[in-house]
Design a protein around this ligand. Structure first.
Ligand code: SAM
Length: 306
């Protein structure tokens, strides 16, 4: 190749390489920018969201795993354990086997900060627990309930979880605070579930309604990062090498907290809002009345002649 052509070919090659490099740098910058944007967005969303638990709430937690949620509430969310009763289904010995030191440490902190921890509490038979049955709560919380029966058949598995939910609802409804009975506010039941199959097939709202005692009030996303230290656990406990640490088990499943109140409370709210709407309509009618008349008279000036 003549040297002139060689030089121009080389130049072309060099500028093509430069172009390629520029493009890849641009792409990298765009990716970094997008990552930053997403990080900021998720930080903003977390900041915007608040936990539904406050210092003066009287909270009963059932079906705790390693007690990390209870500890987080006491330590970081409501800042104090006086109003918190945290319970689990297992005996103290079984719990220690399942979760080893993590549950022991969590329980120690909860108790040191004034909280109460109870073992062998069946969420479907709360009336049988002496320490609980006479009390009333503003929030009764069951995070990620699961019958854990290990049933492979999907339909039977769903049924066993529906029975757990329904029996829990029946039992817990009786322990809710009630304004009619002189309590400061009406209590709520909070149940958090993963979204998607098979959880959506549990039909949690139908289960609550079928008790005739409860009605769904609202639902919102459950944000694990609002509960520092909370580490979700499966019913069988933590198995090194098999279980995932942190909250990978739930984060991808878009967990949701469903809120239920006693049927009468919901009915009262519906009645109140209907009343409010009716009042609003009547005020609007009153405001429109004279204008309408005016409009009519002005559009029919001849009627003035009568
Ligand atoms: C998937 S684990 C979730 C544990 C914990 N709540 C969490 O968020 O990490 C399901 C829990 O439901 C509990 N459970 C199942 N049946 C129960 C019952 N009848 N009463 C109370 N807890 C029950 C199990 O003991 C287990 O701890």
């Amino acid at each position: 190749m003549p040297p002139k052509k060689l030089k121009s070919a080389l130049n072309n090659l060099l500028s093509a390489q430069k172009e390629k490099q520029k493009k890849s740098e641009k792409q990298k910058r765009a990716q970094q920018w997008e990552q930053e944007r997403r990080k900021k967005q998720s930080q903003q969303q977390t900041q915007k969201q608040k936990t539904p638990y406050e210092f003066n709430d009287k909270i009963l937690l059932v079906g705790e795993g390693n007690f990390s949620f209870a500890r987080s509430l006491v330590e970081s969310v409501v800042h104090g354990g006086d109003n918190i009763t945290a319970t689990c289904f297992d005996s103290e010995e079984v719990l220690a086997q399942k979760y080893e030191d993590e549950s022991k440490d969590n329980i120690q902190v909860i108790e040191e900060l004034g909280g109460t921890v109870l073992f062998e509490v069946d969420a479907t038979q709360l009336e049988k627990c002496k320490a609980i049955k006479q009390r009333k709560f503003s929030k009764i919380v069951f995070n990620f309930p699961h019958a854990g029966a290990g049933i492979k058949d999907q339909d039977r598995n769903i049924q066993s979880n529906q029975v757990l939910l329904k029996d829990f609802f029946k039992s817990a409804a009786k322990l809710l605070q009630s304004r009619v009975e002189g309590d400061e506010n009406d209590g709520e039941i909070h149940v958090t579930l993963k979204s998607g199959q098979p959880y959506d097939l549990w039909s949690i709202r139908t289960m609550a309604k079928s008790t005739d005692l409860l009605r769904p009030k609202t639902a919102f996303p459950f944000v694990p990062s609002l509960y520092p230290g909370y580490a979700h656990r499966r019913t069988l406990g933590f198995k090194e090498g098999l279980s995932k640490s942190g909250n990978e088990e739930i984060i991808d499943k878009k967990p949701k907290t469903y809120v239920f109140v006693r049927s009468q409370v919901m009915q009262d709210e519906i009645d109140k809002s209907k009343e409010g709407m009716a009042k609003k309509r009547s005020v609007m009618r009153d405001m429109q009345g004279p204008n309408k008349k005016k409009a009519r008279t002005s559009s029919h000036p001849e009627s003035d002649e009568d």
